[in-house]
Design a protein around this ligand. Structure first.
Ligand code: ADP
Length: 398
């Protein structure tokens, strides 16, 4: 069965057409700069890449153009859009309403709309994506898969902020956590590697441009590093992660910043980019460090120290983890970051095998020493496949 997976952002749309039973990606791509000019980068299978540059003023034109690309001429994969049996949408914020994926209907859309104040950049684009698909393909079911849903199992001790309680009850102020599909998928794969161990204790380090760590107990999220918004926790590509809240009024006062500017500063100008002054891309920071750039070296150490801090914290919370899993762009590809994140943790039973860690093999692999009490794995994440599988589960019996 073919499932179309859509991740709608404010000026971009990422998509994949997946054969859900085999996991084969038939086509994938991204439309960027919607409303500015418009670029569609489309990939068929593993080899064929095509880029179109043309005016794409709105999300509706973008989706229509993607569907046209899938059904026409040299890029044709399917004869007709009716071959797409369902659409899985990545939705940023499901608040406390959604602890699993759901079929989209009016009441679901209304709830996602209500949650816009919690995800002002993402939920409006996600809603737009769902509404356009309903309009263009009225007989194809739409499924919402939430980034926050997996974390709804966190207990109050972990999700409450230490502020007056009425702000939770009246204003929904709490930790929600994100990257839920990835943490769910990767922890599940780890449990399988552990021989479907009962009472499993896993730490998932999702280290991409956005980054978060999750403590997963018995397959359920127990705690995670992101908070009310994806700004919390680790130092990321352009996001600061956790900082002293006193920094905010201090900077607003010193630099005359308003709310919008401080949000922009902490989300887009901080993190790896802000500290290094070079780039948000870890690869460029590693190259600069090799050439002797002192700030690049500090940047890498800061990123790794924060990962290590949460590995230690969650190891304590879980009374020693069975496994630590590294995933996403930095987690899967940077042996340096993995090594620095685990450095000195041998006393806790976390022993990285440097040879295995530096090996260039790909796919799921173990990189801990034979006798390490906590196993260390690299498990490539596949959020789109999880979205497609969730979608399939919900529609297969319709
Ligand atoms: P996103 O959150 O946008 O999906 P990704 O999971 O693709 O992000 O991760 C992007 C990050 O992964 C970038 O910081 C990039 O530098 C880093 N990365 C990718 N490949 C490597 C590599 N070989 N070495 C170090 N970092 C890498």
């Amino acid at each position: 069965m073919l499932i179309f997976v859509l991740n709608a952002g404010s000026s971009s749309l990422k998509y994949q057409l997946i054969h859900v039973q085999s996991g084969e990606i038939k086509a994938n791509g991204i439309v960027e700069r919607i409303g500015i000019d418009g670029i569609l980068k489309h990939e068929i299978g593993k080899n064929k890449k095509i880029t179109f540059e043309l005016p794409i003023p709105t999300h509706k034109e973008a989706i229509n153009f993607i569907l046209h690309t899938l059904t026409h001429e040299e890029t044709k994969i399917i004869d007709n859009v009716n071959e797409i049996k369902a659409i899985g949408h990545r939705v940023a914020h499901g608040g406390e309403y959604f602890d699993k994926s759901v079929i989209v209907n009016n009441s679901v859309l209304k709830k996602i709309e209500e949650l816009i104040p919690l995800a002002p950049l993402h939920n409006p684009a996600n809603i737009l994506g769902m509404k356009i698909c309903q309009e263009i393909m009225p007989s194809t079911p739409n499924i919402a898969v939430f980034d926050t849903a997996f974390h709804q199992t966190m207990p109050e001790t972990h999700f409450l902020f230490p502020v007056p309680h009425e702000d939770y009850t009246q204003h929904h102020l709490r930790k929600y956590g994100f990257h839920g599909t990835s943490h769910h998928y990767v922890s599940n794969e780890a449990i399988k590697l552990l021989g479907n161990k009962k009472n499993s204790k896993i730490i998932v380090c999702h280290l991409g441009n956005g980054a978060s760590i999750c403590a997963v107990k018995d397959g359920k999220s127990l705690n995670t590093t992101m908070g009310l918004t994806p700004l919390g926790g680790l130092m990321m590509g352009t996001r600061s992660g956790d900082i002293d809240a006193g920094v905010i009024p201090y900077l607003m006062d010193k630099k005359g910043m308003d709310t919008h500017q401080i949000i922009d500063y902490l989300n887009k100008k901080s993190g790896i980019l802000g500290v290094s002054g070079i780039s948000s891309d870890l690869r460029e920071i590693i190259s600069a460090q090799k050439e002797g750039d002192e700030r690049a070296k500090i940047t890498i150490n800061m990123v790794a120290n924060r990962v290590k801090k949460y590995i230690c914290s969650y190891s304590g919370l879980l009374s020693q983890a069975d496994a630590i899993c590294f995933t996403a762009g930095m987690g899967e590809n940077s042996s340096l970051l993995r090594e620095k994140s685990c450095e000195g943790l041998e006393f806790m039973g976390i022993e990285l095998d440097k040879v295995k860690n530096n090996s260039l093999s790909s796919g799921i692999r173990e990189i801990s020493k034979k006798n390490s009490k906590t196993k260390i794995y690299i498990i490539p994440t596949n959020e789109e496949l999880v979205i497609a599988q969730d979608t399939y589960k919900l529609i297969k019996d319709l």
